[in-house]
Design a binder for this molecule. Structure first.
Ligand SMILES: Nc1ncnc2c1ncn2[C@@H]1O[C@H](COP(=O)(O)OP(=O)(O)OP(=O)(O)O)[C@@H](O)[C@H]1O
Length: 493
């Protein structure tokens, strides 16, 4: 799925590039009112340092062989750089650079494989896209989540910037879908992948990152079959102000139609200050505080603050950048949210819209608003009502599951971001939808995935004799794109 790429919230130019019918991501900078934090590529090159590596401490991966191998090299050499790695294959290439499969040069670490994204800084500076790469690195440095990339190291070598990340041998969900019967995932597989994606988006939002480029091509499958979102160069980094939301009866405790009793989006009370003491000393204390808080300029916030504090109120802390606003024209045509197209400013709700498109594509094998041209697609997104293709009549339970999936998609694909599921209170209301009934959110990472990639033979650490052959690969061989062998099918459970 190709994308169109232009400039971002972080770029100074507004170059324009179109690729009709493509599913490439793109950005056109109209301006952003979000607070954006970016640090430039620092240090002028060379190894990352032990100081830098402190930032990279990843508790949830601390015992992993790949992490330990990197740590040992750093300890022995005082840092890590390109010279410590051997590039084995090109895994893919994107707008910003190439991604290589690589391993450390130390013989004891050959079982540890990494994906290294190599970006030519000079070329990017020329194209005025350097800041996008910087933003991606900044975001990757902050992430520590099972469904998001682990950044093991980042360093510069000459005019190249290198990011060493977890390698995903399972390819992406776009390719995985082509292997499914009818090129569609089963509803249970969709639930699994969508649930993991919800958790990844929830974490990103809490970290002040609006992803903006969700699509099957950017959802990679890790060696254990769980997902990893990739490609953060279109993401928006913004501030998150935790808010306390209150409403009579929890919102979206779905009725038959899956929607809360009223169409009215839940209202948000003003930001809570200070945030941490709220969380530590109990929500009710915060609630009282929030009622006397300052308005953040949001009309709905004022309305909410004047509501009587009813006994029935169920306060809920929302830690998502629901009010971040960017006016960049960013994303992939078929996945663009209406508010992005209209340029009215968008925030984290765009990720819930793209989740709806993503889910639709996984279930039906195509996106909901695709037209004959990009322009038609954009017009459809704005105007065309959502419709679902007819599916072969299924029995009771399957039919019900399908209806619940459709209801979730319909709520995520609400054209008005304020009425969209997740648009006001974020992931909490998405997770409560009946489609996810039975999902134990805390244990999703321990659930058996629908498919687990078998390690392609070419990637299993070769015996010492064969290692020599790898070392002697020609430059041309190393440049060849990595292709899992055709007989390396996924094992289905
Ligand atoms: N961790 C990884 N494991 C395996 N393959 C990867 C990994 N990261 C990236 N790839 C492959 O490399 C390709 C390019 O990566 P990526 O999308 O991050 O680069 P990009 O320059 O940002 O591309 P884009 O133009 O989509 O933004 C991906 O399509 C994917 O096939």
């Amino acid at each position: 799925m190709a994308t169109i790429r232009e400039e971002s919230d972080y770029d100074s130019s507004r170059s324009s590039l179109t690729a009709p019918g493509s599913r490439r991501s793109w950005i056109s900078d109209i301006g952003s009112s979000s607070s954006v934090s970016v640090r430039s590529f620092g240090g002028g090159g060379g190894w990352d340092t032990p100081v830098a590596s402190c930032r990279h401490h990843k508790p949830h991966k601390a015992n992993q062989a790949e992490w330990e191998a990197i740590r040992r090299v750093r300890a022995a050499s005082g840092g890590i750089g390109l010279e410590h790695f051997r590039l084995l294959r090109r895994l893919g290439s994107g707008d910003l650079g190439n991604v290589y499969l690589c391993q450390l040069r130390e013989p004891w670490s050959t079982g540890c494989l990494y994906a290294m994204k190599v970006v030519d800084k000079d070329a990017l500076a020329f194209r005025k896209k350097l800041r996008r790469a910087e933003v991606e690195r900044e975001i990757l440095r902050t992430l520590d989540h099972p469904f998001l990339p682990t950044l093991y190291a980042d360093f510069e070598a000459s005019h190249y910037a290198c990011l060493v990340m977890e390698f995903c041998p399972g390819g992406d969900l776009h390719v995985a879908r082509q292997r499914q019967p009818g090129r569609r995932f089963s509803i249970s597989s969709v639930r699994f992948y969508v649930a993991e994606t919800v958790l990844a988006l929830e974490y990103l939002h809490m970290m002040g990152v609006v992803y903006r480029d969700l699509k099957p091509e950017n959802v990679l499958v890790r060696s254990d079959g769980h997902i990893m979102l990739s490609d953060f160069d279109l993401s928006l980094k913004c501030d998150v102000v935790p808010r306390l939301l209150r409403h009579n009866s929890l919102p979206h405790a779905v009725n038959g139609a899956g929607r809360a009793d009223s169409d009215k989006p839940p209202s948000c009370v003003p930001p809570i200050q200070p945030v941490l003491s709220c969380l530590f000393h109990g929500v009710h204390k915060c609630h009282a505080k929030a009622e006397g808080g300052a308005d953040d300029g949001d009309g709905e916030a004022a309305a909410s603050a004047s509501e009587p504090a009813a006994e029935t109120t169920n306060p809920e802390v929302v830690v998502e950048p629901v009010s971040a606003r960017s006016k960049s024209f960013v994303g992939t045509h078929e996945y663009l949210a209406p508010e992005v197209i209209s340029g009215q400013g968008h925030g984290s709700a765009v990720d819930w819209w793209t989740l709806g498109v993503f889910m639709y594509e996984m279930v039906y094998g195509r996106t909901p608003f695709k037209g004959e041209s990009n322009e038609k697609t954009l017009a459809n997104i704005i105007k065309q009502p959502l419709a679902f293709p007819r599916v072969a009549a299924a029995g009771g339970k399957e039919r019900d599951e399908h209806l619940r999936a459709q209801d979730l998609m319909a709520q995520l694909l609400a054209k008005n971001p304020r009425k969209r599921l997740g648009g006001c209170t974020g992931s909490a209301e998405v997770k409560r939808h009946e489609f996810f009934k039975g999902v134990n959110w805390a244990l999703v990472r321990s659930v058996r995935p629908p498919e687990v990639p078998r390690p392609p033979a070419a990637l299993v650490p070769p015996p010492p004799a064969a290692q020599k052959k790898v070392l002697m690969m020609s430059r041309k061989e190393r440049q060849e794109p990595f292709k899992p062998r055709s007989d390396e099918r996924f094992e289905c459970f």
